[in-house]
Design a protein around this ligand. Structure first.
Ligand SMILES: [Zn+2]
Ligand SMILES: [Zn+2]
Length: 184
């Protein structure tokens, strides 16, 4: 199954090869396997340009599509447009043919001496890099009340939150530290 995503890189023309990677199974399998709470909204697509250079290949690409992720604070859907460009040098691994499947930075492995680009690994890595670290439904999302679970963007709840204010916690920390120093 994986072999379907290995692209032979021998006999590339000097000005390289362009191709479009849009096979949904490249991403869907990993999304399920890693139980990622991420739904693909507009199909993911990578436009690739692979250029042969000394000792390897220059891989340029642009990833587009859109996904839905849960907001980091309130867990509501966040629609995220992906449009990221990347450029990577892919080194041809050293070593004999028996040593295929080489780990490390390179997405190239050797199959009987033929360098093969692992499109599945490359696509997944670029996809993960393109995702926001902390998706937010909006910049000032108020999140959920830690006590009653109400979505505070919709309405304020009636819980008393004297412990929850991080600014107060920081002040308490400071005064504690001061007392402690004075006692010494
Ligand atoms: Zn939110
Ligand atoms: Zn509450």
């Amino acid at each position: 199954m994986q072999n379907a995503h290995l692209l032979p890189l021998n006999d590339l023309p000097p000005d390289g090869r362009r191709l479009t990677v849009a096979d949904a199974s490249l991403w869907d399998g990993n999304l399920r396997e890693f139980h990622m709470d991420c739904r693909v909204e507009q199909p993911l697509k990578i436009e690739l340009h692979i250029l042969p250079v000394e000792d390897g290949y220059l891989v340029r690409g642009e990833l587009t599509g859109s996904v839905i992720l849960p907001c980091n604070r309130c867990a509501e859907d966040v629609h995220i447009r992906l449009d990221s460009r990347f450029e990577e040098f892919e080194e041809v691994p050293a070593g004999d043919d028996a040593d295929a499947g080489q780990p490390g930075d390179s997405h190239i492995l050797l199959d009987k001496g033929v360098p093969m680009l692992d499109l599945a690994a490359l696509s997944w890595e670029e996809f993960v890099l393109a995702l926001p670290m902390t998706p937010l439904c909006r910049e000032d999302c108020k999140g959920l009340c830690p006590q009653c679970g109400a979505n505070l963007n919709a309405a304020a709840c009636h819980c008393v939150r004297d412990e929850g204010d991080p600014r107060l916690a920081a002040l308490r920390g400071l005064s504690l530290q001061k007392d402690w120093t004075e006692k010494k």
